[in-house]
Ligand binder design. Structure first.
Ligand SMILES: [Zn+2]
Length: 413
């Protein structure tokens, strides 16, 4: 029999629909979604009533630091996780010592391992923050740029040149930031809250925008990452974004101080964030405070969840499993209704894709055939089990099969 398609997925359950569907794929694109697709595929996959979704998106991961937890010791974690987060600045100072040992080769090896984990968990888009400053120099950036090119079309990586130790309080870091972007980093990073005065914080933000404007880059900053209600760098970033007309091109990660701000302030800030088209990225599992994710979504702000860390000075676990991140956020933010679960799932799929400007994302006829076939039959089950997909498909090609890896007999599940 002549095969009509490259791939057909049978008996797929789709979010928000009752019936089961077949999905036909040709030349890397979804070409048909019907209750019954006539004509065979070169590859046939039976989803058996399991959910088929878009791949996961990790919009925030410190990728040069993965698997360094045991190298650094526990003091940074102890300080970062103090209940009011009053010592997060000193945690960053301690954690930065590891960078004196930064070498491109071992960063490459560690990041490679994290990418293989990403493939197995269906996380096919990552925004990777890579330190570049007077200690880290360009070692991590070089490693991640090589990996970005190697994994293109499998896991798409956006490399963020990130001055983790500040720009004003780390003289010389600005030069590295310019060089990293010149080398090809995709996004300009920043961390204005770490500077010692609001004047320095503005200078920090201005420098990042100068580079972004020069190279036409998106911007990702860590804002207000401590329990200090006097911090305003999320607001400052939004104001600058509006002034510079960088609308829809800027994200604020962490923003934990929003947990200790009064409600009327949050109301005004939400308005400003929407005007700036700014997304917030939260990671409630890596610190005792987190921004009010449900509130911000209810005010129309785009919010996504990030993995943030994999076994580094700030968090000892993590495996690029974004549905595990959603599972943890479900507990930490007390989001356990079915609607909440849908919101959390959105935050690791389309909301994250929107935050980091991924073009052509989404499961639809004519869209890219980037698909996950899950054993779970609902978003509820998926978050509950937070297990690896049965199949990970990229551009119409199976790039990971848990069925094969674990010799799963589909008749028995
Ligand atoms: Zn972070």
């Amino acid at each position: 029999m002549v095969e009509k398609y490259d791939l057909v997925i049978r008996n797929a359950r789709l979010r928000g629909r009752d019936k089961l569907y077949d999905i036909a794929v040709e030349n890397g694109l979804v070409v048909d979604i019907e209750e019954r697709v006539e004509g065979r595929g070169g590859v046939e996959v039976d989803a058996g009533g399991g959910l088929v979704t878009e791949p996961f998106v990790n919009p925030h991961l410190h990728m040069c630091k993965v698997y360094t937890y045991l190298l650094i010791g526990e003091e940074a974690v102890r300080r970062y996780q103090s209940s009011g987060m009053e010592y997060s600045l000193s945690a960053i100072e301690i954690a930065s010592h590891v960078k004196e040992r930064y070498r491109e080769e071992w960063i490459y090896g560690n990041a490679y391992k994290a990418l293989e984990e990403a493939v197995r968990h269906g996380t096919l888009y990552i925004r990777a923050f890579v330190d570049t400053d007077t200690k880290a120099r360009l070692e991590g950036v070089k490693a991640l740029l090589k990996l970005r090119d190697r994994y293109r079309g499998v896991v798409d990586i956006q490399v963020v040149a990130f001055p983790q130790d500040g720009l004003i309080c780390d003289p010389g870091a600005e030069d590295y930031l310019w060089k990293a972007v010149e080398l090809g980093a995709d996004v300009v990073g920043g961390i204005p809250w770490i500077e010692y005065s609001s004047d320095y914080m503005w200078k920090h933000i201005d420098i990042v925008f100068n580079i972004a404007r020069e190279y036409d880059r998106d911007i990702a900053m860590l804002t207000d990452d401590t329990g200090d209600p006097s911090l305003y760098t999320t607001e400052m970033l939004a104001l600058k974004t509006i002034r510079e007309k960088w609308i829809g091109r800027v994200t604020a990660c962490h923003a934990r101080a929003l947990a200790v701000k009064p409600k009327p302030y949050l109301e005004r800030l939400a308005g400003l964030l929407k005007e700036a088209g700014m997304s917030l990225i939260s990671d409630p599992h890596t610190g005792p405070l987190h921004l009010p994710i449900k509130y911000m979504v209810s005010r129309g702000v785009n919010v996504a969840l990030g993995q943030d860390d994999i076994a580094d000075a700030y968090y000892p676990y993590g495996r690029n499993n974004m549905v595990e991140v959603a599972f943890l956020a479900s507990h930490l933010t007390w989001s356990m209704t079915l609607n909440d679960m849908d919101m959390l799932f959105d935050m690791v799929t389309w909301r994250a894709a929107k935050a980091i400007n991924i073009k052509g994302y989404g499961l639809k006829v004519g869209g890219r055939a980037d698909l996950l076939v899950h054993r779970a039959k609902s978003v509820y089950e998926l978050i509950w089990l937070h297990e690896k997909p049965l199949y990970v498909i990229r551009n119409g090609r199976i790039i990971y099969s848990r069925v094969e890896e674990e010799k799963i007999d589909l008749e028995t599940i």
